[in-house]
Design a protein around this ligand. Structure first.
Ligand code: AMP
Ligand code: MG
Length: 315
């Protein structure tokens, strides 16, 4: 059921039910983060492994201390600078956060999402929201309420419709240790360059399924069912002439082939915004193969490339 009223969402969440919520990154599958029984339903609905911790969404910077401790000044600076916004900060957790949310880790990922309706909802509630992306585990993340409805119908009590997501890729995740060491765990909506500008040195520890700091960073993720191949689209199109293929390009249109251009003007933010919906649209058309290319590896282009590489990975 698609709803537009955050009061209804608040009521359902207070009863321990699951609600799809809009954020600026992707749609989330939300539950009361302080209610372990409600949070279990998230893992069941998504078929998400229990070792993959959930991000906790809070209403404002002031709530940080309720859910995290040993917060270094650098983490506060990042929060002041980028919240509300697509940055998750992993910090030592307060005991009030149930184990299931953090997969037993003694840290918790916190974020204030930048979306008017969801901020209104969070301010109404007296608990924070645990919310991973509202899609079956491993599949493409949803960027409209309709995507959530298509994939999780029957598993979610309602989807709060806040329009298409403005950023379109997940949050950047940084870990901040009590001594102020900052580690980038996932590329996302806030570019690495901006984090460095705010706090100086940043360690980078990306994509490792064995990295205990970011257990959910599996090689294959964000994946369509149709095989995705990355390279020079022009060359790939010539090499697979006998197959029924479509392309997914950054700026270039390829005549005589079906496909989607992410941003005709070469705007990486626009490309990010369109990425998941485009992958989903092509995935529904039964092509043998989707051919795509990497974006310039700067700013949010890094997050797009990370998602493309993982979508193409069959590991
Ligand atoms: P998402 O699937 O977009 O909700 O993001 C969840 C990801 O955040 C997980 O897969 C982890 O990589 C990361 N994460 C969340 N909480 C923690 C935590 N306490 N420690 C480390 N990484 C975390
Ligand atoms: Mg996800």
């Amino acid at each position: 059921m698609i709803i537009y009223d955050s009061h209804i969402a608040a009521e359902l969440l207070s009863q321990g039910q699951l609600v799809g919520i809009p954020t600026e990154t992707v749609y989330g599958l939300a539950a009361n983060a302080l209610n372990a029984e409600a949070v279990v339903k998230i893992f069941e609905a998504k078929k998400r492994p229990y070792f993959d911790p959930l991000i906790v969404h809070i209403a404002d910077v002031d709530q940080m201390d309720r859910f995290a401790c040993d917060i270094h000044d650098k983490a506060r600076r990042l929060a002041q600078m980028f919240w509300p916004g697509p940055l998750t900060i992993v910090l030592p957790r307060q005991k009030i956060i149930p184990d299931i949310v953090t997969s037993g880790l003694d840290s918790v990922g916190l974020r204030v999402p930048n979306h008017a309706i969801t901020l209104e909802l969070l301010r109404m509630l007296d608990f924070p929201l645990a919310a991973p992306s509202a899609n079956p585990f491993g599949y493409i993340s949803p960027t409209t309420a309709g995507h959530v409805q298509d994939q999780l119908d029957g598993k979610v009590s309602a989807v709060l419709d806040g329009g298409p997501c403005a950023v379109g890729v997940e949050s950047t995740i940084v870990h901040c240790s009590p001594n102020g060491q900052i580690t980038l765990l996932r590329q996302g909506g806030i570019p690495l360059e901006m984090i460095q500008h705010c706090v100086g040195d940043v360690d980078v520890q990306l994509h490792s399924s064995s990295n205990p700091k970011a257990p959910g960073m599996l090689a294959s993720h964000y994946a369509p069912r149709t095989k995705l191949q990355i390279g020079s689209i022009d060359e790939l199109l010539r090499s697979v002439a006998d197959l029924n293929v479509a392309y997914l390009s950054f700026q270039t249109e390829f005549d005589d082939h079906p496909g989607i251009v992410l941003s005709p003007n070469g705007d990486l933010s626009e490309a990010a915004r369109n990425l998941f919906a485009a992958m989903r649209e092509l995935d529904q058309k039964q092509y043998d193969l989707i051919l795509t290319e990497l974006m310039p590896d700067v700013g949010v282009g890094r997050a797009i490339n990370d998602r493309l590489l993982r979508a193409a990975s069959y590991g």
